[in-house]
Design a protein around this ligand. Sequence first.
Ligand SMILES: [Zn+2]
Ligand SMILES: [Zn+2]
Length: 384
Amino acid sequence: MKTDNNSHPNSRLKIGEGYISGYISIFFALISLGGVFCFLFPDILTTPEYRKNYPVEILRKILLMCMLFSFLFALTSLILCKTKKPALFGTLISGISILMGGATVEVKQFNEVGFYVSLDWLLLDLLVLALIFIPIELFFPKRLSQSKFHDEWKTDLIYFAIGHVFVQLTAVSVQSPASYFFGSLNMQNLQEFVQSTSFLIQLPAALLVTDLCQYTAHRFFHKMPFLWRFHAVHHSIKAVDWMAGSRLHIVDILLTRSFSYLPLYLLGFSIEVFYMYVIIVSLQAVGAHSNTRIPFGFLKYLIVTPQYHHWHHSDDPATYDKNFAIHFPFIDLLFGTYHLPGDQWPESTGLAETKFPKGYFKQLVFPFKKDPFKDQKIKDSSRR
Ligand SMILES: [Zn+2]
Ligand SMILES: [Zn+2]
């Protein structure tokens, strides 16, 4: 098995050339600008449930730090880089943020409006995940030549952004089926029992039952041709990295989430467990896709790691339909779908020999086409 993937035309950026610092400067500048907009238009750009509890002074400090980092990285890039464009672009965007009020921008008073997008959630989660996973992929990469700026990174960023700014649509819709179908069931005794147990028992139990549900839904998405049309979008990722893990068709997100969250609503897990579950599942799902060789030792047999989930994305038909779990590999072991050969990684990932449509909107309509796989050399719809 080779450890490198040379199939990507855009070569990896090298540390010390000034491009990375330039792009980091632009990244912090855009986060700052978005943050200023959230302060100015909180009614339509922030999530009502979150904004009630925001520690505004801490957010101002984070905003200030982002602007400072943007200028510092722009300066580094100016010194190191042959082209000055990234540094100047980062400086320009941060300059606009300052002109609009910067970290001391007034929070605009507002009345509640019906429509909003969760730009606050997008910015905060992007900041946290980027701070964790970009250094990991930069300093401990698995596929050395896989660039962050591979030819589909913009598509993956659109998936990431849409999944966050419209988070309320998926959050509400995943609760509805549970209350619609099971609201009348009297599960009070069971719920009281679950609530009487401690957080340390509830949390692993919640992870286990949601992973069992997720496993079931995931296998259906692979097994049933109609559902595979939607899930094939996720498997079309060729450059698997932390951002690419967001590439999921909206139908895939809605069905998988409603099914996985079902036990959380039905069994009455506490709200603290629910929040901790959401944090763990998002970190583990993002981490499992990351392009990193960080060793996990014996832990790789206990929890889902990048090596484990990259095998799920292998384009070798001999390893199709393996490693469906997202928390615990033993679930795959139990149902005969476990595949973790020593320290080996899949040679390449994606859909074998298929020309999958590129871009968010083409992939959005793909599953609804009449016979969407008709152009493929190998019928991926037969992957069942
Ligand atoms: Zn899958
Ligand atoms: Zn995946």
